[in-house]
Design a protein around this ligand. Structure first.
Ligand SMILES: NC(=O)c1ccc[n+]([C@@H]2O[C@H](COP(=O)([O-])OP(=O)(O)OC[C@H]3O[C@@H](n4cnc5c(N)ncnc54)[C@H](O)[C@@H]3O)[C@@H](O)[C@H]2O)c1
Length: 392
């Protein structure tokens, strides 16, 4: 085999996602990657010191020294970081969601009471700017939607491609008992609530699988055409009874949502997202096709099932994300990152940056997911009336 290409990368952001990106870069085998350093508004010193990498005071200084940038910042700065990287002809691995609408900057902005058509227009504008920057660049947007690379979804891709399946109906969900990030509670940082923060994962998987179906059968992806949606803020209901198990300090975002997506071929997908579900992360999508049916369990998976007699015995044992108790039966994930698709997505992105290999999770999928989600927020404001989706 010819020599592996060497690439230098930098991490922007120093929180939760910056940590699993770092871990995943360490597992890349198709190229040689040097993690040069980190830049972040907060937490960068500690992040750099822990890993023995350089601390960059500015994004520009980091861009000077790298080929690939990991955009692991709060969603409100994804456009700024990604476009800055593309302008310098660098590859930008951008965390989900690609972009969004983060308010008007005013003191009194509240995500739950402004006209959602404004969010849709602004989000579409942001998408166009990002796609234009990509077009003008030698770099690419590599969309870090790990669900696309989760082994269960890639196995489903193979089934659809090799059997010529028609996917008729999908339903999927991402749910747990509340995001860890403090900023997540505010629309101005997150660009919305569960519909964008969580729903974008199963939604992107559904959009991806219909894209795969169309591509396999007649070389043309099948895209979403319209969406009906509902959103709710259950933990902010005056009668919500907090027993300390579910996060309930959200400021202006939804915590339960449903998107009903209709594709251009008339087939449908129902996507649930919520922050009110106990018992660990609940991430799955079920695919009903004309020749098979698959239930893709990302979390929990039954790869391992353990009965633990005493909570204290497992005090030093990581079981699975957001599990409330380790006593009794649980489904420990023997390699959670792998089941989630983190190392696989990062491997694919470095192969793309180094050797020009195409990626399954690209800016077009990212753009269609964001366009669908903000159309869904418009629909939710109209109590579920269908809204047409602009696609890219
Ligand atoms: N794919 C997944 O499974 C997954 C999981 C969690 C989070 N995420 C995504 O990752 C992104 C970050 O989330 P997180 O949980 O890591 O958040 P976090 O709050 O843990 O960390 C965010 C980091 O970004 C930094 N930051 C914010 N704005 C910045 C800017 N303009 N320039 C430089 N640094 C900036 C902050 O200082 C902080 O270090 C979000 O878009 C989130 O949706 C994805």
């Amino acid at each position: 085999m010819s020599e592996k290409k060497k690439l230098r990368c930098g991490i922007v952001g120093a929180g939760f996602s910056a940590s699993f990106h770092y871990e995943a870069v360490g597992k890349v085998y198709g190229t040689e990657v040097e993690i040069v350093g980190v830049h972040a508004l907060q937490g960068a010193e500690q992040y750099a010191a822990k890993r023995g990498i350089k601390l960059f005071k500015t994004l520009d200084a980091l861009l000077d020294e790298v080929d690939v940038v990991h955009c692991c910042t709060t969603a409100s700065s994804h456009e700024e970081v990604t476009v800055a990287a593309l302008k310098r002809d660098k590859f930008a691995i951008c965390e989900k969601p690609l972009t969004g609408y983060f308010g008007d900057g005013s003191e009194g902005f509240r995500g739950d009471n402004f006209p959602k058509t404004r969010a849709l227009e602004h989000a579409l504008g942001s998408i166009r700017r990002m796609l234009a920057a990509e077009k003008a660049s030698k770099g690419r947007i590599l969309y870090a939607e790990n669900w696309v690379y989760a082994p269960a979804i890639q196995k489903e891709r193979e089934i659809i491609e090799k059997t010529g399946a028609q996917v008729i109906f999908m339903h999927g969900e991402e749910a747990h008992s509340g995001s860890h990030a403090k900023t997540y509670a505010y629309w101005k940082f997150s660009g919305g609530g569960t519909m964008i923060g969580k729903g974008c994962h199963p939604l992107s998987a559904a959009l991806y699988l219909k894209m795969v179906e169309g591509r396999a059968r007649d070389g043309k992806p099948i895209v979403p055409a319209g969406v009906s949606a509902r959103t709710h803020a259950i933990t902010r209901l005056p009668n919500f009874r907090d027993e300390g198990h579910i996060r309930c300090d959200y400021f202006d975002i939804d915590d339960v949502s449903l998107m009903h997506v209709v594709f251009t071929d008339g087939t449908v997908a129902d996507i649930f997202a919520s922050d009110v579900v106990l018992g660990g992360v609940h991430n799955w999508i079920e695919v009903a096709a004309n020749n098979h049916r698959s239930i893709c369990n990302i979390n929990p998976s039954t790869a391992m099932q353990t009965y633990n007699a005493l909570e204290a015995n497992f005090k030093d044992i990581y079981v699975v994300e957001k599990i409330g108790t380790k006593q009794g039966w649980s489904n420990p994930s023997p390699d959670e990152d792998w089941f989630t698709g983190y190392p696989q997505e990062i491997e694919a992105f470095y192969r793309s940056a180094a050797y020009g290999e195409p990626v399954e999770s690209d800016s077009r999928l990212a753009a269609n997911a964001i366009s669908t989600i903000y159309s869904a927020y418009v629909s939710a404001e109209r109590n579920g009336a269908e809204v047409a989706i602009e696609t890219f």
